[in-house]
Design a protein around this ligand. Structure first.
Ligand SMILES: Nc1nc2c(ncn2[C@@H]2O[C@H](COP(=O)(O)OP(=O)(O)OP(=O)(O)O)[C@@H](O)[C@H]2O)c(=O)[nH]1
Ligand SMILES: [Mg+2]
Length: 271
């Protein structure tokens, strides 16, 4: 089973589009997919399986119609909308979605996270899936490997994402990734489960959007470097409806504090 986790805050201009694109990509991928027995060994092929894709939208107290739009989407993919009554931030939304998924999924399922603002095209989900199916535990859609890029990103925003990349490499040069702050990833459920069991309520502690890198840094000790990889990814900022919601200062400070803490985790075997 493929679980797609979409944290969403005021994404009414994007969410229907994104779900429609995802549904189209899924329909295009279905005839090409490897035998279900290889890909999802714990699931029987057949009439009892309505969809291989379950989308979890975490509507984080949006003031617009994000929740209604997601709930009213009906197609070949299953969509569940989880509601926060008020805005609790990206880390809390990821945490709600992850616990919901981990209560239901099998260890050999796959979990994908991406932004709900249409800058992350859902076609990459199936490219990430191919790599997971080759035996990787974590696959990142990366702007910073050859073939990856950011399109339509303003100078300041580009400076922030590249600056974050430099900081990660400076503080933790031995880690097997280049893009830590992009939230588009595919993860083997067993790795996320081990990470969640280890950290529990403390899975997301970093402020701002530093929680994206925090999740990756907390997962890495539960796998091995050769089971982590990146695929080139084009981030299309010009497709974004609405403004950036990133709290820049909080995210910069949160990232620096996180990196100082995280150096300790990689000196030991597990955090
Ligand atoms: N749950 C939750 N999600 C949020 C919040 N703010 C943003 N998001 C979601 O998190 C994802 C990332 O937010 P974006 O605004 O795209 O942030 P970004 O991609 O890091 O930065 P920009 O591309 O500059 O906007 C999107 O799916 C948002 O809807 C929030 O307060 N709570
Ligand atoms: Mg975004």
């Amino acid at each position: 089973m493929i679980y797609v986790l979409l944290p969403a805050y005021n994404e009414a201009t994007n969410i229907s589009n994104l779900l429609r694109m995802l549904s189209e990509e899924y329909a295009g991928w279905l005839p090409l997919k490897p035998e279900s027995g290889d890909l999802f060994p714990s699931h029987e092929e057949g009439a009892g399986l309505p969809s291989l894709v379950h989308v979890i939208v975490v509507n984080d107290g949006s003031a617009d119609s994000t929740g209604e739009q997601a709930r009213s989407f009906q197609d070949s993919i299953e969509v569940t909308v989880l509601e926060h009554e008020s805005n609790r931030g990206l880390g809390a939304a990821l945490s709600t979605g992850i616990s919901f998924i981990l209560e239901r999924c099998h260890d050999d399922d796959f979990i994908f996270t991406l932004d709900a603002d249409c800058t992350h095209h859902p076609r990459y989900i199936f490219q990430l899936l191919n790599r997971l199916n080759q035996g990787f535990d974590i696959v990142v859609a990366s702007r910073f490997v050859p073939g990856g890029k950011e399109v339509g990103v303003r100078f300041f925003r580009r400076l922030l994402s590249h600056g974050a990349g430099w900081c990660y490499r400076l503080f933790l040069p031995s880690l097997p990734l280049r893009d830590f702050s992009c939230g588009f990833r595919g993860i083997r459920a067993s790795i996320l489960r081990k990470t969640y069991l280890h950290w529990n309520r403390r899975l997301f502690e970093a402020p701002g959007f530093a929680c994206t890198g925090e999740l990756m840094l907390k997962m890495l000790p539960h796998t091995q470097p050769h089971r982590v990889t990146e695929i080139p990814f084009e981030l299309h900022y010009e497709q974004k409806g609405g403004k950036s919601k990133m709290p820049a200062l909080q995210t910069i400070l949160g990232t620096l504090m996180l990196l100082m803490r995280a150096r300790r985790w990689f000196r030991k075997e597990t955090p």
